[in-house]
Write a protein that binds this ligand. Structure first.
Ligand code: THU
Length: 129
């Protein structure tokens, strides 16, 4: 399945009773597609974003390298990933300049960046001793 189709399909399963803002994400990691949706909680800060759930699904399956991610929302223009998710995306990039982040919505609008553009001068494990 394409990343776009997987992201749109999983958006339908988003659990967002508080914000009503449903998000779907599909990440290609080590050649396979992993999807995730946002999962909110009555204790609001425990909510988890779609992008992080997609990455977690890939990591749980043994994947380690993010190649591309598509995020779908109902926002116009399409929403970009939050700051926390940007850092999590960066964690799994071999080269943040080569990993595309594509935001779409059902209207067919499309925005596109690299992880490096969304999180310039990023902190990574390379900094650590
Ligand atoms: N959300 C995401 O899933 N991804 C983002 O990058 C931004 C925000 C979710 C979190 C919460 O469930 C809802 O959208 C409103 O913030």
């Amino acid at each position: 399945m394409s990343l776009e189709k997987a992201a749109i399909a999983v958006q339908a399963n988003a659990y967002a009773p508080y914000s009503k803002f449903k998000v779907g994400a599909a990440a290609r990691m080590d050649g396979a597609v992993y999807s995730g949706c946002n999962v909110e909680n009555a204790s609001y800060p425990l909510s988890v974003c779609a992008e992080r759930n997609a990455i977690a699904a890939g990591v749980a399956a043994g994947a380690r390298h993010l190649e591309e991610i598509v995020v779908v929302t109902d926002a116009s223009p399409p929403s970009s990933p939050c700051g926390g998710c940007r850092q999590v995306l960066r964690e799994f990039c071999r080269d943040p300049k080569a990993v595309k982040v594509i935001a779409i919505n059902a209207k067919g609008e499309h925005r596109e960046w690299t992880v490096a553009e969304l999180l310039p001068d990023s902190f990574s494990g390379a900094e650590l001793p």
